[in-house]
Design a binder for this molecule. Structure first.
Ligand code: FMN
Length: 261
């Protein structure tokens, strides 16, 4: 009788072959799902951002068709240094965070100006113009900067006077629930509406203070109540709003509106 080697299902080599084969099949399934779902994910992210823009502009309605509502908003690109519009990039596809890191499209922010803690920014930024009867009714600016734990990304809505705030809304951050995440909650958010960014000069005066804004206080038009137990997140909001409305951010662009109004 020839010596027939018996098939051992539990041998080390068999176990390894099954384990490696299974891992390969699973990784192909997971990678394919990630590739196939990426466009859907990007579309949903875009839809979410559009929703936030509509919300900060006070145009969002329950169960509304976001795409249809967003048609009343005109996205434009701004050259931040010139403070003027440019057609050099498409606001629909421009990714300011990626562009910030690109040597050709981004610039380093000098340390003494980097109050938002972002180190670099793109030379260009999209803005969203809410039109009414052919006139600009609101200007929505993308703003971001460091909080206590995270980079906080949001939109700031400004009236066509280039000074009065119409709203501030964040769409991404990782501040602590119950503490830093008060930036997403009413009535704190509502306080921003009607506040003034600038006084007479070009340096933003708007800020989140510690404690409550004194009733009728001198300067109250530039102040927002502090966040109790979350002063550091509140400071982050102050700095990012001041950076993006300041001379190194949208300051030159907003100045055109202030001068025209
Ligand atoms: C677990 C933990 C999470 C915290 N998260 C936040 C936060 O998200 N934002 C914030 O400003 N402070 C946060 N704090 C508190 C800060 O360390 C700091 O005490 C606070 O900002 C000071 O604000 P206050 O002067 O209003 O108390 C956290 C503290 C702890 C222990």
């Amino acid at each position: 009788m020839p010596d027939k080697k018996e098939f051992d299902r539990d041998s080390i080599s068999n176990t390894l072959i099954v384990a490696i084969g299974l891992s390969l099949v699973c990784s192909v399934i997971v990678s394919s799902a990630a590739i196939i779902l990426k466009p859907v994910q990007q579309k949903n992210e875009e839809l979410f951002r559009q929703q936030i823009i509509l919300d900060v502009a006070g145009l969002m309605e329950p169960d509304a068709d976001v795409n249809a509502l967003f048609e009343s908003i005109e996205p434009r690109m701004v050259d931040l240094e010139a403070g003027d519009y440019t057609d050099a990039h498409d606001p629909a596809t421009f990714d300011a965070l990626v562009a910030a890191g690109d040597p050709a499209l981004g610039i380093a922010i000098p340390d003494e100006l980097d109050i938002a803690g972002i180190r670099r920014r793109a030379k260009y930024a999209p803005v969203y113009l809410v039109q009414k009867d052919g006139d600009v009714e609101q200007i929505i600016l993308p703003v971001y900067g460091k909080g206590l734990w995270s980079t906080m990304l949001g939109y700031l809505a400004i009236a066509p006077d280039g000074n009065t705030v119409r709203g501030l809304r964040f769409y991404a951050h990782a501040e602590t629930p119950g503490l830093g995440d008060q930036i997403d909650k009413e009535p704190w958010r509502a306080q921003w509406v009607g506040k003034l960014v600038y006084n007479d000069g070009d340096e933003p005066q708007i800020r989140v203070i510690k404690g409550a804004v004194p009733a009728g206080g001198r300067d109250a038009e530039h102040m927002i109540d502090g966040l109790s137990g979350a002063t550091l997140t509140g400071n982050g909001v102050t700095y990012l709003v001041q950076y993006w409305t300041g001379p190194h951010g949208f300051g030159p662009y907003l100045k055109n509106f202030r001068e025209a109004s």
